[in-house]
Ligand binder design. Structure first.
Ligand code: 13P
Length: 252
């Protein structure tokens, strides 16, 4: 992890009633110690952001969105903009999650536009990259991750990463219970940092690269011990306060 402050962020995806979410937020708030070195954040569905804002204000725990529009306002039925997320106190927004790329046809170009829309609204994008099982087995992991990353770098330059987080999420590890080994993850994280370093060494050194994919309390320690893994983007385990807190604790 080096000197970078770890970030443990929960991606709740499309889960949680208002009552369940209130209980979860209370549990997370109670369990997250100010002694944690890690920064902790939750990304609930849009409709639960006011509740997160109400519960977490002043707690030191941050919150964010899971997606945003490329537009800031206007006739875009069903969309939510960066300025709206900012208005509800969001610090972060996830951009280019593999579920958005796969189920909602988000292209590298669109993801790069969303990355900029987030920063223009004063939000910190958490840019997700990662290969499918088929791509890994075809030896294309680095090529795919490089393509996803360079789409943003080419559009916004390395300066865009002065205030951004990257999440490496191998698609085959998401929601499958099949975690990347610490070495598999470290190899890709080092590769990503190398791509940033080719443009600017200081930015590469300061950028947090999170791992995501079946991370839980029991496997977080060995993943987070890797030199280029700076935290986690947690799906399933972020819906259980105890598991999520255990990951935060493992991050130091
Ligand atoms: P799981 O932790 O459920 O595998 O999900 C990871 C993820 O997609 C976080 O964005």
């Amino acid at each position: 992890m080096g000197t970078r402050r770890p970030l443990v962020a929960g991606n709740w995806k499309m889960n949680g009633s208002r009552a369940e979410s209130a209980t979860l937020l209370d549990g997370v708030k109670k369990g997250v110690s100010s002694a944690f070195r890690a920064e902790v954040a939750v990304c609930p569905p849009f409709i639960l952001l006011p509740l997160a804002a109400e519960k977490l204000a002043g707690s030191g725990i941050a919150w964010g969105g899971q997606n945003l529009s490329v537009h800031s306002a206007g006739a875009y039925t069903g969309e939510v903009s960066g300025p709206m997320l900012k208005d509800y106190g969001c610090t972060y927004v996830i951009v280019g999650h593999s579920e958005r790329r796969a189920f909602y046809s988000e292209s590298d170009t669109l993801v790069a536009e969303k990355f900029a829309a987030a920063q223009n609204a004063g939000l910190i994008p958490i840019l997700c990259v990662g290969e499918t099982l088929q791509e890994r087995e075809a030896g294309q992991t680095e090529a795919v991750v490089a393509r996803q990353l360079e789409a943003v770098l080419d559009k916004h330059g390395i300066g865009g990463f002065k205030n951004a987080v990257i999440a490496y999420e191998p698609v085959w590890a998401i929601g499958t219970g099949k975690t990347a080994t610490p070495q598999q993850a470290q190899d890709v994280h080092r590769f990503i940092r190398g791509r940033l370093a080719a443009r600017d060494k200081a930015v590469a050194e300061n950028t947090r690269i999170l791992y995501g994919g079946s991370m839980k309390g029991g496997n977080a320690g060995e993943l987070l011990a890797q030199p280029d893994i700076d935290g986690g983007l947690i799906g399933g385990a972020s819906l259980q306060a105890d598991e999520f807190i255990a990951i935060g604790r493992a991050a130091g």
